[in-house]
Design a protein around this ligand. Structure first.
Ligand SMILES: [Zn+2]
Length: 388
């Protein structure tokens, strides 16, 4: 006779989303009205470059809604010290909404500080280079720029507002980096759906989370190349609108509620390699995506198509392009060890992954991607040199 066993508890599924998403050319003009729904004393956090580009329109919109304009100068990275300083600014002004205007570091710092200060927060990305603006988590880095921790919050931003003309005015390379981040979303959600692992939303993936990740992938394969050409001339076309939504909203919902896996863990590992410093998040993630496909033993045609497409987009898919080489075994081992620490999302893959597997996958990518590119008549990889 066997012992009676307790049946396992049913898996809970979960999906998170921002309170409101607003996107379009000229959307900044609506910022003040939406902020007035959230509070009476906003603080606008932006670095000097971003403020020079959009400060005038942001100020006009916020004033037009009858709100005071307090602007805080953002400097540096999303570090614990940066977050603590912003909490101090909020307390000093008695602010009730913190608004991150700019790129990923500004927005992640604002999310973490808004949560710590116990007030509401909003994301106003001026580039579509990551899917960070919509999520309920922030990535905090060390002062040296290495990955330190994910910080999770009980809520997503109350507002995500994207002015697509502002995004189209930014360098196309930033949009390309966002495409790298968003392509990974489907590869990772697919792996998480297969393993049934817990997502950042705190449960198994919903059908919606997985489907939005897939939609992001399909939209990008159809629209990324014409959108990048349009943005090179600072034009907003329907393809640009679709790619901005895929990079920001679909990928944001898709990674958070569909699940991260090997690609982002490899990215986090790469932040430990000084040679890779100076690359955008989505650029490092793209090498992580190729690495994940190799770890999965994906069909050769699938890896080849991915390498060709991401080369056309302008994303790295070789070690050379992240400043590394096949013979840098010690560095690659450090990257692989960081990518496989307990708790990393690589353990959401539907099979066990060891550091040795990651080293082998990373080393194999160099020759394969270089060959695929040569056979397709695409440019050879150019070595990344980290800034000092
Ligand atoms: Zn990402």
């Amino acid at each position: 006779m066997s012992e009676p066993t307790t049946p396992p508890a049913p898996r809970v599924r979960s999906l998170l989303s921002p309170g409101r998403y607003v996107q379009g050319p000229g959307a900044l003009a609506r910022l003040g009205g939406h902020l007035a729904d959230l509070g009476s004393t906003p603080v606008l956090v932006a670095d000097d470059v971003v403020w020079g580009l959009v400060g005038h329109d942001v100020t006009a919109s916020v004033r037009g809604a009858g709100l005071p304009v307090h602007r805080d100068v953002f400097r540096g990275l999303a570090t614990a010290a940066t977050v603590d300083r912003l909490v101090g600014v909020v307390r000093e002004l008695g602010a009730d909404v913190l608004v991150g205007v700019g790129g990923g570091s500004t927005i992640d710092s604002v999310k973490a500080a808004g949560h710590s200060a116990g007030i509401r927060w909003a994301s106003v990305p001026t580039v579509a280079s990551t899917d960070a603006p919509t999520s309920a988590l922030a990535v905090v880095y060390t002062a040296e720029g290495a990955f330190e921790e994910y910080r999770f919050f009980p809520r997503n931003p109350d507002l995500v507002l994207v002015d697509t003309q502002v995004v189209a005015n930014a360098p196309a390379a930033l949009l390309a980096a966002g495409v790298g981040d968003a392509l990974a979303t489907w590869l990772e959600a697919r792996a998480t759906a297969a393993s049934g692992a817990t997502t950042m939303a705190g449960g198994a993936p919903t059908l919606a989370g997985t489907a939005l990740a897939r939609l992001s992938w399909d939209v990008l394969w159809d629209n990324a190349l014409p959108a990048l050409d349009a943005v090179r001339d600072h034009l907003v076309t329907p393809a640009v609108e679709k790619v901005v939504e895929a990079n920001t909203l679909l990928s944001g919902l898709g990674f958070e509620s569909g699940g991260l896996a090997a690609a982002h863990a490899v990215h986090n590992g790469l932040t430990a390699a000084p040679q890779a410093h100076g690359l955008a998040h989505g650029q490092k993630v793209n090498l992580g995506s190729v690495t994940q496909l190799v770890l999965e033993g994906a069909p050769t045609s699938e890896i080849r198509d991915f390498v060709e497409f991401t080369t056309r987009v302008g994303l790295p898919n070789t070690l050379t392009e992240v400043g590394l080489a096949v013979d840098d075994v010690d560095v690659l081992r450090a990257v692989a060890q960081a990518a496989t620490v307990p708790g990393e999302t690589i353990h959401s893959m539907p099979f066990p992954v060891r550091a040795d597997d990651v080293v082998a996958a990373l080393r194999s990518v160099e020759r394969f991607s270089t060959r695929v590119r040569a056979e397709a008549g695409l440019p050879a990889p150019v070595r990344h040199v980290a800034p000092h």
